[in-house]
Design a protein around this ligand. Structure first.
Ligand code: ATP
Length: 583
């Protein structure tokens, strides 16, 4: 398959703002792709070279791309830079320059060659890496047509941004290879267990739906996390869980999925990034405490070693540095509170009920002051649940996660369901929880803030349509430093039009591709004539908006935009808010 073909599809996908058309184009592309290339085409189309958990990136900055392009064209870097400023995009500048110079490609590019070269670039590190990366990239540039150069430049600088999410890709895979979009559920399950969309596509093409259904968890490959629903009324929580539940402390730290195979360890974050290097101390503690091959889940917190007391979440953020030194390990000692086990010595435990998984944890973990199990109590009445909730708060936790004890209480990878219900109460507002919303736009401020952000347009995620729908415009809760930080973070994600996956009635002054997730609180959810969340779902011609929204100060770097609070959750919170008032 020629890379030119892929570039032509990219151009068509980029030109559409309709998700249905985008899915249709992807279906066509996947059908045309030779089976041995399907995983590579999937990775390339979502702007990656390998699944996110591998941590494999090009590490090829815009400056290096400009230099490589200038060398191929035999012009100086400044003239390339000028065109980039003029056109606002490196890919467009490259395409224009190739056209103007009448660049004659020396040969042609296949998808295989492009993929393999890009992979080599990503894997090149150490002394002289930049030079080697640039040489490799120039080989591709020398064979490219103007359209190909545009997408090669965007790919290498990680700005491909065709605007499709995992769910759109899975829909297209289902249609292309099973003829029925309904089969996305099976594809999604395989993805939830493997976290690797390219791998899933390959299994589907090579082994069909039966192969997809047989995908199993594997040590070293992260499992997409099971998530909790939320409820604010204890009696209803108990009712929902059949009158009895396992209530566990909800620790306020970082969720980690730890994998062990012999002496090899992997740690994955909530968004499945490989964070093994960040917690060498935790790995030592786990090695001692669990002398088996395993996949376990835990919440990692900083503790005061003298008292064992849990430190606030902000203290843990001091451990989020590129290079963790002895200083960090000693100054911010961590402990892990284990709350689940997914795999033990060759056995997949995800389909076992929660009580059995918890018993397994209790049996195999040698607890110490650094590795412990989440504090738990089996409760069957409101008084005990309330008392345990207050005890959790006193012990420095956010609240409780109430877990089903039923036969069907399996580990539901990648799902938010009622087998786990979180109970976090905020007495100051009518909300059952804070919202994690995605920044999709910004508005300029007035007075002192003229020329800078004054407020941000925030959206929730709707997995059904793979869209981001607006919930509020937030301008309070930010410090001057926050605004500076936000401008810095968001400058690379600015786009000159509404992103195709953003559904908004409001027109922002600046648009962003969905990237950054912020924690937002507010007074209550209300009907809104301007926000698109749950539009027409509770009242015709109305959506749901958040009143008096405020940034809590918490940047949710641990969440991808697709991990933001969903439209369905907001709808449920709105209905619960009504119920809460009625109690
Ligand atoms: P939040 O913003 O509340 O952390 P979330 O979207 O990351 O939410 P939820 O499924 O809503 O995740 O809440 C469960 C989260 O609570 C887990 O992701 C985990 O990080 C944390 N947690 C702390 N203690 C426990 C526990 N005992 N059992 C399960 N999860 C726990």
């Amino acid at each position: 398959m020629e890379y030119k073909r892929l570039a032509e599809f990219y151009a068509k996908i980029e030109a559409t703002t309709s998700r249905t058309q985008m899915t249709g184009l992807l279906v066509e592309l996947f059908k045309e792709t030779p089976p041995e290339l399907i995983d590579k085409v999937v990775y390339l189309s979502v702007g990656r070279i390998a699944p996110e958990y591998t941590g494999l990136d090009y590490n090829f900055g815009e400056k290096l791309a400009i230099r490589s392009l200038a060398e191929i064209l035999g012009i100086d870097e400044h003239s390339v830079e000028e065109r980039v400023v003029e056109l606002g995009d490196l890919g467009d500048a490259g395409q224009k320059l190739y056209e103007e110079k009448g660049f004659q490609p020396k040969g042609s590019l296949s998808v295989k060659e492009v993929y393999e070269t890009l992979l080599e670039i990503a894997k090149t590190s150490g002394v002289g890496a930049l030079k080697k990366k640039s040489e490799l990239f120039k080989k591709l540039l020398s064979k490219a047509t103007p359209l190909e150069v545009k997408y090669l430049l965007r790919t290498i600088t990680e700005k491909l941004r065709l605007g499709m999410g995992d769910n759109t890709v899975m829909d297209a895979l289902a249609v292309a290879f099973t003829g029925d979009q309904k089969n996305r559920v099976h594809i999604e399950r395989a993805y939830n267990l493997s976290s690797d969309l390219g791998y899933v596509a390959r299994v589907l093409v090579e082994k069909g739906l039966e192969g997809i259904k047989a995908v199993k968890i594997e040590v070293g490959r992260p499992v997409r996390p099971m998530l909790a629903e939320r409820m604010a009324i204890p009696s209803l929580i108990l009712k929902k869980l059949g009158g009895r539940c396992g209530a566990e402390y909800k620790y306020d730290g970082e969720r980690i999925q730890a994998h062990r195979k012999g002496d090899e360890f992997w740690l994955y974050s909530r968004r499945l990034e490989n964070i093994t290097h960040q917690f060498p101390d935790l790995i030592e503690f786990l090695k001692e405490s669990i002398p088996h091959d395993f996949i376990v889940e835990l919440e990692c917190v900083v503790i005061d070693p003298a008292s064992g007391q849990i430190q606030p979440f902000q203290v843990l953020m001091n451990r989020k540095v590129k290079y963790v030194s002895r200083y960090h390990i000693l100054k911010y000692p961590v402990a892990g509170f284990l709350f689940d086990i997914l795999y033990l010595d060759g056995e997949d435990l995800t389909l076992k009920p929660y009580p059995e998984r918890r018993e397994t944890l209790e049996r195999v973990v040698k607890t110490t002051d650094r590795v412990n199990l989440a504090t738990r109590k089996i409760v069957d009445n409101v008084e005990d649940l309330e008392a345990f909730f207050h005890q959790a708060i006193e012990d420095g936790c956010e609240g409780l996660v109430c877990k089903s004890l039923a036969e069907n209480s399996i580990y539901e990878a990648g799902k938010r369901g009622f087998l786990w219900i979180k109970y976090k109460r905020d007495y100051k507002s009518h909300l059952a929880d804070t919202l994690d919303l995605v920044v999709v736009g910004a508005f300029y401020g007035k007075g002192q803030r003229a020329g800078h952000f004054g407020s941000l347009l925030m959206a929730c995620y709707d997995p059904e349509t793979d869209q981001f729908k607006t919930v509020c415009k937030v301008g309070t809760g930010f410090t001057e430093d926050d605004f500076k930080k936000l401008e810095e973070i968001l400058k690379d994600h600015r786009i000159d039009h509404r992103h195709p996956r953003v559904n908004s009635i409001i027109s922002a002054d600046i648009w962003f591709e969905p990237f950054l997730v912020l924690e937002i609180t507010g007074a209550e959810l209300t009907y809104s004539p301007v926000h698109t969340c749950a539009w027409d779902k509770v009242k015709p011609g109305r959506g749901l908006g958040l009143r008096f929204p405020r940034f809590t100060g918490r940047y949710r770097f641990d969440k991808r935009p697709e991990d933001a609070t969903t439209e369905r959750e907001i709808l449920e919170m709105f209905l619960q808010q009504k119920q809460y008032r009625a109690v």
